[in-house]
Design a protein around this ligand. Sequence first.
Ligand SMILES: C[S@@+](CC[C@H](N)C(=O)[O-])C[C@H]1O[C@@H](n2cnc3c(N)ncnc32)[C@H](O)[C@@H]1O
Length: 230
Amino acid sequence: MSSSPQPQEIQAIFDRIAPKYDQLNNGLSLGLHWIWKQMAVKWSEARPGSICLDLCCGSGDVAQLLARQVGTTGKVYGVDFSRQQLAIAQARAPHLPITWIEGDALHLPFADQHFDALTMSYGLRNVVDISASLKEIRRVLKPGAKAAILDFNRPQNSQLRAFQQGYLDYFVVPTAQRLGLREEYAYISPSLDRFPTGSEQVDLALQAGFEQAVHYAIAVGMMGVLVAQT
Ligand SMILES: C[S@@+](CC[C@H](N)C(=O)[O-])C[C@H]1O[C@@H](n2cnc3c(N)ncnc32)[C@H](O)[C@@H]1O
C-alpha cells in the first residue's frame, strides 16, 4: 500500500478487518480502549435527550456508549463508509436506538447545526483530508456543541515513544498477522507518523472554525482526545 492510502483502500482495509476487529481491539489494548472511549463520550458532553453523531463508528463501541448516555429521549447516529463494519455494529446492538448510516465523513448526509454532541474514535487519522473532516464536523454541530475526537498520539517523551513503536511493531502487527491481517495493522504506524500532533490538531480545529479546542494526552501520552467546541 502507498504511504498515503486512497479512500477506497482505507474502506477495503476496514471491510477486511471487520470480522476480527473487536477481538483485536480488546486484546491489543487489554480492554483499555473502553476507558478511552468512555472518556471521549464524557468530553463530548452528550446528555440524556441529546442528538449525537458517532463518526467513523466502525463496529459501534462508542455509539453504544452514547446511546446509553442519551437514554430513550435522545438519538444516536453512527456513520461509517465500511459496510462490513456497519453490519457488525447493527448485529451487536439491535436493542439500542441507533441509526447506522453508510456514508463519508467528508460529506455528511446531515443538515447544518443538527447535533448536540459528536464523537469520533480512531477515525480522524484515517480520513484523507483532516481539515475538511474538521470543517464538516463543525458544520453539523449546533452552536456551543462539542466534538470529542479520540485517536493515537505520539508521546513527547522519547522513551515512551520508543515503547509505543515497539508495541506496534512487536505486539500489534504480529498479533494481527496470526489472524491473517498483517498488512491491515501495519498501516497504523505510518498513519501515526503522518498524524498531526495535539497542538497541530488544535490549530487545525480553530482554522476549521471551532471557537475553542483543547487536546488532552491520555494513556501516558499514547492516546489523545481533541475536544473542540463550536
Ligand atoms: C480504526 S476504525 C475505528 C472504529 C471505531 N470508531 C472504534 O473506535 O472502534 C476507523 C473507522 O473509520 C472508518 N472511516 C475511515 N475513513 C472514513 C470516511 N472518510 N468516512 C467514513 N468512515 C471512514 C473506517 O471504515 C473504520 O471503520
